[in-house]
Design a protein around this ligand. Structure first.
Ligand SMILES: [Zn+2]
Length: 80
């Protein structure tokens, strides 16, 4: 499931929220996209699924002073 996407080695990907307060960088090759339909993901997104393609150790938060963090499960934290 964590197989890297071919052709992305050595690349990084920047992104952020719509207002620009939060900026992040994903380093290292992204893994295959993981789609989750669990009840936590439904509540966190307000949608019928959530997608992820970045290993936690490859995620760098560049800006996000307005973020508040909370434990969304026994093993994860979410910022909003
Ligand atoms: Zn989930």
């Amino acid at each position: 499931m964590d197989r890297p996407v071919a052709g992305t080695e050595g690349q990084s990907f920047d992104g952020g929220c719509h207002c620009g307060d939060i900026r992040f960088r994903a380093t290292g090759p992204p893994r295959q996209i993981l789609i989750c339909h669990c009840s936590d993901c439904l509540k966190l997104t307000g949608a019928s699924w959530r997608a992820s393609a970045v290993q936690a150790e490859n995620f760098i938060l560049l800006t996000g002073s307005g973020l508040r963090w909370y434990s969304s499960s026994d093993w994860a934290e979410c910022g909003f």
